[in-house]
Design a protein around this ligand. Structure first.
Ligand code: NAP
Length: 269
């Protein structure tokens, strides 16, 4: 098995990387950063997000393993003191995997060109200096007009991240779908949107058409999306479930709802 290692640039993650590379070599694994079968991420969930985007073109060929250098994360099943256990699991590997849905984002521009992105957590669209005004379509039918700070469109596994902070629902990742949550919508006698997060299935696409895109900011996970604003306008953005999924090596895989309980509720009675 060919293994790549992606780490956060902090002393503990660098230390774990060095140990991991030595142990992998001793155990007879091939280190291959270009064409891996397995990608080991060392850091936090944010590091796993970066690793995901490094290998987003080959998602059908790679599985991911996350080692957290702090607390247990949503994409990390191993802690930095469990490297021996992980090596043993790798030696017994039989290709076992668990996979989760991803979000496809298609930007369509005024000159007819398009750009596509894939998100593991979410994509946001916001207008910071003025109220964002847009029309929201579900499968090409006008659903609502929205006014507010913006929209956060997330995957099921991303539902515990930014989505949760803006009042979205935590979504079971065995559901193949995605979610759109409003960010500070204006609801009064004149302007009205649903005012609640919506969860959509794999047959539904959600399209956002901004009334004015001049100072809108779009993100995809950790990245800000850029385009040449002097040359073209953003005509619309369409979100749907991506055809690809992310796969994690399933030697040990913490139940999603156990993670949610551990991260957000803990031992409080
Ligand atoms: P960051 O701002 O440095 O960290 C964001 C935090 O979110 C970290 O504690 C990270 O965990 C955690 N996180 C990442 N994915 C998660 C998930 N699926 N479920 C629960 N928690 C998760 O940013 P970053 O490390 O580059 O991560 C980018 C993500 O930050 C974005 O995808 C977005 O979801 C999130 N974000 C949240 C807000 C907000 O809640 N107001 C605002 C902007 C961005 P680790 O410590 O394990 O890395």
């Amino acid at each position: 098995m060919k293994i790549a290692v992606v780490n956060y640039n902090a002393p503990e993650a660098v230390r774990v990387r060095k140990i991991m590379l030595k142990r992998l070599a001793t155990a007879g694994f091939t280190y291959d950063q270009q064409h891996p079968d397995l990608v080991i991420s060392i850091g936090g969930d944010g590091t796993l997000l970066s690793a995901f985007h490094m290998y987003e073109q080959v998602l059908d060929k790679v599985r991911f393993v996350g080692i957290h250098t702090g607390h247990l994360g949503f994409y990390t099943d191993w802690r930095n003191f469990e490297l021996e256990d992980l090596i043993h699991s790798l030696q017994k590997d039989q290709g076992q995997a668990v996979s989760y849905p991803l979000l496809n984002i298609t930007q369509r521009f005024s000159d007819g060109s398009t750009s596509q992105y894939v998100a593991l957590n979410e994509s946001t669209i916001q207008q910071k200096t003025r109220t964002m005004v847009c029309d929201v379509y579900l499968n090409n039918r006008l659903f609502e007009g929205f006014r507010g700070d913006g929209l956060c469109v997330s995957t099921p596994t991303g539902s515990t991240a930014y989505n949760k902070s803006v009042g979205g629902a935590v979504m079971d990742p065995t559901i193949t779908g995605f979610q759109a949550a409003e960010m500070a919508s204006i609801n009064n006698r004149v302007f009205r949107s649903l005012g609640a997060p919506i969860i959509l299935g794999k047959e539904t696409k959600l399209t956002v058409r901004l009334h004015d895109d001049s100072d809108c900011i779009m993100t995809c996970d950790r990245q800000t999306l850029h385009w040449n604003r002097n040359e073209k306008h953003l005509a619309d953005i369409t979100y749907r479930v991506d055809d690809r999924r992310i796969s994690f090596a399933k030697y040990r895989h913490t139940n999603f709802w156990d993670r949610v309980h551990e991260s957000f509720i803990g031992d409080v009675q």
